[in-house]
Design a protein around this ligand. Structure first.
Ligand SMILES: Nc1ncnc2c1ncn2[C@@H]1O[C@H](COP(=O)(O)OP(=O)(O)OP(=O)(O)O)[C@@H](O)[C@H]1O
Length: 377
């Protein structure tokens, strides 16, 4: 299947090409400082740690040799501590920051080769950014703030207002169309920022720590909003956060950054269940494993008798926490059923050992299965 898409590919088309890359990033570097260009190509300089590089050259490598794909329809989270390079990396995707080396493609098109007009179109139509400081126009109403992107595109007033009203309702601000930003709460303002990015129907939404200034309850509301929008539209999203819980909650996959490098790229389950190194292990140490790891991690092969049984059943993507409930309620093992196929069995010992961190690692799946009928919970 071709991965080429029209510049303003509608979200509805995203599902048909699920899994193909929207952004492809290869060997990306961003070095700040004098004669930054020489760093990526010089193996000796490229191998220095941040302090060493700074001492030797006066440069900071904010992004170091990073490669990844953002797949169509996924929420791709870039996570890391302050200064790890998240914002620089995501700004490089649309060249809000010019990369020093490496390649970036969107739907196969070379972003680094784009001229100014094409770049403008990329930022306005294809990859819209939602910022933490949403930069709303204070004298404009909510409706006109949202319609602003369409105005820039040259859309007529009636049409852009109608479209803006639709998106204002979609983000839960119905009835507030005529308010000005100063008359809104922080969470509501963030919704306007989100609506403003959504109204141009971009192929990808880029979120730069959009919720970090919000209080915890409003933040949770906004996270739910993003999950809902993603579920409804399957729009591709790249989401920067330094908050591990937010990353685990929102991300289909997470790129964990440290000192400009991606130290691990994987699903929440892979990152929590199989940390790539001690840094990641330490990072995820306090995560409640039972809420992230799934029964795939905990199950063992089923005997023929167990597979044919009629006891409780759980889906393979059910969390360990959900499985504990099912097993506790039934007082015995539960079958793991995938569309009627028995993939294995989970029992209380296996579930406990996942919580204790002594179980099998994430991502290893049972391949054998038995066709069975049954409802998985
Ligand atoms: N314009 C610049 N000039 C020099 N150094 C920079 C510049 N912008 C960023 N840096 C440095 O690059 C590194 C990565 O910064 P970046 O803002 O990408 O990190 P971040 O992970 O997004 O941090 P935060 O969570 O605090 O926003 C930091 O060491 C930062 O000081």
């Amino acid at each position: 299947m071709s991965t080429a898409a029209t510049p303003a590919a509608p979200a509805a088309s995203a599902g048909s090409e699920a899994g193909s890359p929207v952004f492809s990033v290869d060997g990306l570097w961003k070095v700040f400082g004098p004669k930054a260009d020489r760093v990526p190509g010089d193996p000796e300089l490229a191998a220095l740690d941040p302090a060493g590089l700074r001492a030797r050259t006066g440069c900071t490598a904010a992004v170091r040799d990073v490669s990844f794909d953002v797949r169509k329809g996924e929420v791709f989270v870039v996570m890391g501590l302050s200064g790890s390079g998240k914002s620089t990396l995501v700004r490089c995707l649309t060249r809000l920051i010019e990369p020093t080396a490496g390649t970036i493609a969107i739907d196969g098109e070379d972003v680094r080769a784009m001229d100014r007009a094409r770049l403008r179109e990329l930022r306005r139509h294809r990859a819209a950014m939602v910022f933490q400081h949403f930069g709303l126009l204070p004298h404009r109403t909510v409706l006109d703030n949202v319609a602003y992107g369409l105005e820039i595109q040259g859309m007529g007033k009636a049409q852009r207002r109608a479209k803006a009203a639709e998106v204002v309702a979609k983000v839960g601000l119905e009835g507030m169309e005529q308010r000005r930003p100063a008359q809104l709460s922080g969470g509501q303002r963030q919704r306007v920022g989100l609506a403003r990015a959504l109204v141009v129907d971009p192929e990808v939404l880029l979120f730069d720590e959009p919720f970090s200034a919000l209080d915890p309850l409003i933040r949770r509301d906004m996270q739910e909003e993003v999950i809902r929008l993603h579920r409804e539209e399957r729009r591709t999203m790249v989401f920067i956060t330094h908050d591990l819980n937010e990353a685990l909650k929102l991300g289909d996959r997470i790129a964990l950054m440290r000192d400009g490098r991606v130290v691990q790229l994987g699903t929440p389950e892979e990152i929590v269940g199989s940390p790539a190194d001690d840094y990641v292990r330490d990072f995820v140490r306090d995560v409640p494993r039972e809420q992230v790891l799934t029964v795939r991690t905990a199950m063992r092969p089923a005997s023929a008798v167990e597979a044919a049984g009629s006891g409780p059943a759980v889906r393979p993507d059910a969390t360990v926490s959900e499985a504990i409930e099912a097993v506790a309620r039934a007082g015995g093992p539960a079958r793991v059923l995938d569309e009627g196929r028995c993939l294995g069995v989970v029992d209380s010992d296996a579930l406990l050992s996942v919580i204790a961190g002594t179980g099998r690692s994430a991502g290893t799946e049972q391949s054998a299965g038995t066709e069975l009928s049954g409802e998985a919970v």
